[in-house]
Design a protein around this ligand. Structure first.
Ligand SMILES: Cc1cc2nc3c(=O)[nH]c(=O)nc-3n(C[C@H](O)[C@H](O)[C@H](O)COP(=O)(O)OP(=O)(O)OC[C@H]3O[C@@H](n4cnc5c(N)ncnc54)[C@H](O)[C@@H]3O)c2cc1C
Length: 378
């Protein structure tokens, strides 16, 4: 240490001159470095609204895969990275939930900002339960500045569902008015108040839908309202009832909505017959057919059977017209996402980009480079 200090004192004048010479070059490179930073991960392609890989994959016509990351009960960034790494090579974007079930966890914006730092493509979920339009507009700008390119607009679970039932619910907006507000920020480059932004957030906008919720005939109409308010992609609640999903898709087709939206169907492995029955009784709008519960009950290894069912559902959904991908929600079974996606074969040899993919295994990047959707998205 002492020798280093001595050396730097002796060479102080030289080091100072070197720094001064480099300072000019660094200053000249600043705009470029800033462009390569989290604010602008990729150039925006013609006809796209965001610079993100998720939009690129969908618009290139690939079957997209997204997965839900449960934010930790922690302030440790490494816990977020560990939860994201589990999906490496199998998903195109990672959803960070926003106080899902009205329970308190690390914020969606915090998780997404950490993920963009290392190059993941996060989808920031915003629920209207906890923040009013002043807070939400600020969050969308802040997230976009951190490189977040996708926002999922949700009404959100009510406070009575979670671990702080005494909390004051806000619901200044709902999913439809939130979509319209986010679109105004992006397309009109202004706050809802009319005040101008010097730079608009370049975000791809999504919403949720539940094809199984009652009354079934209203679901497609609710979706149209979300499309008209600005939704460009939809991620659905878990779909276990395929005939119900088919009739929802049919209704979308009849209403002329099928070509106006990218639709990702929600799937997830059921751990046991008991877990499936609990979900059916306690999560509003989830319909799990008796046949699936009987199959789980009769299985020697119910968790394995649950993953097999999930693989079959993904394959069935993949073959449906009007479906553009799957959204895997595997709460507390996140490690199974790679297996169900791999065995379903829906990626067809494509390896979605993840931080370090090309560095770690050149063979993988070669495979990916043969695929158009992945080439544009890398
Ligand atoms: C993919 C996905 C991710 C989600 N992530 C989150 C999250 O991060 N944080 C969070 O708090 N919540 C989350 N939810 C839950 C969701 O916000 C609630 O289920 C909410 O009631 C519906 O939200 P929405 O934006 O789809 O509702 P909207 O379509 O805007 O519906 C608004 C109103 O319709 C009624 N409604 C909608 N669906 C049903 C139903 N099935 N049964 C009865 N009434 C209904 C409710 O009264 C609700 O207030 C998620 C849901 C899905 C499908």
């Amino acid at each position: 240490m002492y020798r280093m200090r001595l050396w730097s004192v002796r060479h102080a004048r030289g080091l100072n001159q070197l720094y001064r010479a480099l300072e000019t070059v660094l200053a000249m490179l600043q705009p470029l470095l800033r462009r390569l930073g989290p604010g602008d991960p990729l150039p925006i392609l013609p006809g796209h609204v965001s610079p993100g890989r998720f939009e690129r994959v969908l618009r290139a016509g690939a079957f997209a895969v997204t997965a839900e990351l449960a934010p930790p009960d922690s302030a440790d960034p490494e816990e977020v990275y560990a939860r994201a790494r589990i999906f490496d090579g199998y998903v195109d974007a990672i959803n960070a939930t926003d106080g899902s079930g009205a329970n308190c966890h690390m914020s969606s914006m915090g998780v997404c900002s950490l993920l963009t730092r290392v190059g993941y493509a996060p989808i920031m979920q915003i629920s209207c339960r906890d923040r009013n339009r002043i807070g939400i507009q600020g969050d969308i700008l802040g997230a976009s500045a951190m490189g977040v390119c996708n926002v999922l607009c949700l009404t959100g679970d009510g406070v009575q569902a979670g671990d702080h039932p005494q909390a004051k619910p806000v619901f200044d907006l709902d999913s439809v008015s939130l979509l319209s507000l986010a679109r105004t920020l992006r397309d009109e480059q202004r706050f809802q108040s009319g005040r101008k932004l010097s730079k608009a957030p370049r975000v791809f906008l999504g919403a949720a839908e539940n094809p199984s919720a009652l009354p079934h005939e209203w679901r497609a109409m609710r979706l149209i309202k979300k499309i008209e308010a600005g939704a460009q992609f939809i991620q659905t609640q878990y779909c276990y009832d395929m005939p119900l999903l088919r009739s929802f898709l049919q209704k979308l087709e009849e209403l002329g909505a099928a070509n106006r939206i990218f639709l990702l169907i929600g799937v997830g492995p059921l751990r046991s017959a008991k877990a499936a029955e609990w979900m059916r009784q306690n999560v509003p709008g989830i319909h799990i057919p008796d046949a699936l519960i009987t199959r789980l009950r009769g299985a020697a290894d119910p968790a394995r059977e649950g993953r097999n069912i999930c693989i079959e559902l993904i394959q069935e959904v993949h073959a449906m017209k009007g479906v553009h991908g799957v959204h895997v929600m595997a709460y507390r079974q996140e490690e199974s996402v790679a297996e169900v996606i791999d065995k379903s074969g829906v990626l067809a040899g494509r390896v979605p980009w993840y931080p370090g993919r090309d560095r770690q295994d050149p063979a993988q990047s070669n495979t990916a480079d043969t695929n158009t959707a992945d080439r544009v998205a890398s």
